[in-house]
Design a protein around this ligand. Structure first.
Ligand SMILES: [Zn+2]
Length: 194
């Protein structure tokens, strides 16, 4: 399994729904492989098209035992309140841009056991979820910022490479604080009436 980099065409098109009756792959095994690659590359999320797979699914999390697999997700609701924060992407090495996203997201999806999940996701987890959700629809974070902002981030790239340790630490600290919240809220939202 290898990462696919922008501008590979698979990153710019909507990928296919997973056939839940007959996925054609072992979701538990795929989750393991994708989580392993994501963590090796210091990512917090990784979608199937980013490894060249035509499936609507992604993994996210900052630790192996806390990572989730999200299959055929649908957004139910997002908060009006937004937050501006730093985002990176494994398909764009060393490009970090600040962009605005909703603070919370309510979504439904299937996990690796093909069980239906309902989750209310907050904080950096919501950002991560929405970033990966976009990948499944052929949208990347570059599409969400102005060209000027993107060019500025591109100029900073060499500086970022030098400071990589601190940027990654920043993202890790952020996710450590949110991961616990993410897990709890996903669990608590199981009882939400639809
Ligand atoms: Zn990405």
């Amino acid at each position: 399994m290898n990462l696919v980099y922008y501008p590979d065409p698979i990153l710019s098109r909507e990928v296919s729904d997973v056939n839940l009756e007959e996925p054609g792959f072992d979701p538990v095994e795929l989750k393991e492989q994708m989580v392993k690659l994501m963590l090796e590359k210091n990512g917090l999320g990784l979608s199937a098209p980013q490894v060249g797979l035509d499936y609507k699914l992604f993994v996210m999390g900052e630790k192996e035992d806390a990572a989730i697999m999200v299959i055929n997700p649908e957004i139910v609701d997002v908060s009006d309140e937004t937050e501006l924060d730093v985002e990176g992407c494994l398909s764009f090495p060393d490009m970090f841009v600040k962009l605005s996203r909703p603070k919370d997201v309510k979504a439904v999806w299937y996990n690796e056991k093909l069980e239906r999940q309902t989750g209310l996701i907050a904080g950096y987890g919501a950002r991560c979820f929405l970033h990966e959700f976009d990948h499944l629809h052929g949208i990347v974070y570059k599409d969400k910022v102005s060209r000027l902002k993107w060019e500025r981030a591109n100029k900073k790239k060499s500086k970022v490479v030098k400071q990589r340790a601190s940027v990654m630490n920043y993202l890790k600290l952020m996710s450590a604080a949110e991961a616990k919240q993410l897990q709890t809220e996903v669990a608590a939202a199981d009882n939400i009436q639809e």
